[in-house]
Design a protein around this ligand. Structure first.
Ligand SMILES: [Zn+2]
Length: 469
């Protein structure tokens, strides 16, 4: 898409030209706010030397054709900002609040990457976010506040970039609907939260949202959308872009014009980008994950039911020599365990011989207790653990597991751990280490060292997928 087409699509963005065009209305708005402040209707600073200046006022003027409406929205916004000063300050510093922690763990959404114009991108992995669990454990008001906290972070980024580049910068949100189940559609409590947050955002963050892109939209949703869109205001509807790309994990974004505006080198692999952050691009959820973020049990294990004839895959993004600690407990019966390293950039359908077996298939049974082990990755890529129940025709299996990347060579050196003698390129050695650990005293010592390291390191949590659901 050419520059002209883009500027036509997104309108005028030259801040100085906009300030000049709307100078009269901006002055009227800031004067009125100053006057109100003098009458102490609100005590927020308004004017030069603060973020509440003409550039701040410009967004209100652009969003409201009527001066009185612009003033009313700006006044409400200032009052709200005063009441939420603590949360807004935390967002501006990039810090989180303790009360958000239980939500952040369950919602796979965050700022990651940028558009070709350098604007921030907010990525929501709707199919993985466990909104039911969020709503079960948190008050509606707190969840709304959390949404606004994330919005403020984007506003701060956009404002900073606007001032630096003199181009009015707005957010692009990308909502990945891959793996969204019908269950989500019935999550009324969370939909209420979303609707409240979006209403507040329209008021308090004018001209912030550029486009809300829905990508990997399931067929059923596309059909519903034709009806649903008529219930939205024209303003909101105009900002929503639907991209019925079958699956961006396969790298296809050609059918999505808005995805073409993304700087794909900064965008996660599940959206056809090139980024594969260690531990996962968005909130430490593995890029290859396909299922809801699990709620963890007290012992730090994730409980999961493996269906009859089914399996679950758990992924961990690793660098060479990273140690991965894993645990497995089967409630009744047994599951077959394997672990394979997929090299960086490998996708399903690529040459399987490029993958390296790290754990040869073995069966772990209920009588074996909790299996605990550490493997060291021989290379950069994705380790896929498979807990398979394919052998069982009738019985599903309840398992508990954890897979944590606990640190690499540099971490070991920092802790003063003994150097391992393993050649990271020698795969045979590593497989042997994993499987013959109990027989070999040297290997056992290595395992102990890695476990000690695990206690020191902050784990990056790995995540799960169930292929058939
Ligand atoms: Zn990333």
């Amino acid at each position: 898409m050419g520059k002209t087409a883009r500027s036509m699509m997104f309108g005028e963005r030259d801040v100085d030209a906009l300030l000049e065009t709307h100078a009269g209305r901006i002055a009227a708005l800031t004067d009125a706010l100053h006057l109100a402040r003098a009458k102490s209707e609100h005590s927020s600073p308004v004017g030069a030397g603060t973020p509440y200046d003409s550039i701040w006022a410009l967004r209100f003027v652009l969003s409201h054709d009527d001066d009185a409406e612009a003033l009313s929205a700006a006044t409400r916004t200032l009052r709200w900002r005063e009441e939420n000063a603590e949360m807004l300050a935390a967002a501006a510093r990039g810090e989180t609040l303790e009360r958000f922690a239980p939500m952040e763990r369950l919602i796979a959404a965050d700022y990651h990457g940028k558009t070709l114009d350098g604007a921030p991108v907010y990525i929501i992995r709707a199919g993985l976010s466990n909104t039911m669990a969020v709503m079960a454990a948190n008050k509606e008001d707190d969840v709304v506040e959390f949404m606004m906290y994330r919005k403020e972070m984007g506003a701060v980024m956009c404002d900073e970039r606007t001032r630096r580049t003199r181009k009015l910068t707005k957010l692009l949100t990308v909502n990945d609907l891959n793996f969204v189940s019908v269950l989500h559609g019935t999550d009324k409590k969370f939909q209420k939260v979303l609707s409240r947050a979006s209403k507040l955002s329209e008021d308090y963050y004018p001209q912030l949202l550029d486009r809300a892109v829905l990508i990997n939209v399931p067929y059923v949703f596309s059909a519903i959308w034709g009806v649903f869109k008529n219930m939205l205001s024209a303003k909101t509807r105009a900002k929503v872009a639907i991209c019925p790309v079958s699956d961006t994990r396969k790298g296809d974004v050609r059918k999505c014009p808005f995805a073409k505006l993304l700087d794909l080198s900064t965008i996660p692999s599940f959206l056809a980008g090139e980024c594969r952050c260690k531990g996962g691009c968005v909130r430490g959820v593995a890029n290859d994950q396909k299922t809801l973020i699990g709620a963890m049990t007290d012992d730090g294990l994730i409980a999961h039911n493996v269906p009859a004839r089914g399996k679950i895959d758990v992924f961990a993004e690793v660098d060479a020599t990273d140690a991965v600690a894993w645990r497995l407990l089967v409630e009744k019966g047994g599951v077959e365990v394997t672990a394979t390293l997929r090299p960086a950039g490998w996708r399903k359908g690529d040459d399987v011989s490029k993958c390296t077996t790290l754990i040869r298939k073995f069966k772990h049974r209920d009588g074996d207790g909790t299996k605990e082990d550490v493997i060291v990755s021989p290379g950069k890529g994705t380790i896929a653990f498979t807990f398979s129940n394919a052998h069982s025709t009738w019985n599903s299996k309840d398992i508990k597991y954890s897979v944590d990347v606990v640190g690499g060579e540099s971490g070991a050196a920092k802790e003063g751990e003994k150097e391992t003698e393993t050649d990271p390129t020698d795969l045979t050695d590593l497989t042997d280490l994993t499987e013959d650990k109990r027989e070999s005293p040297a290997a056992d010592a290595l395992g102990e060292d890695l476990r000690a390291m695990q206690l020191e390191a902050t784990p990056a949590r790995a995540q799960t997928e169930v292929p058939s659901r």
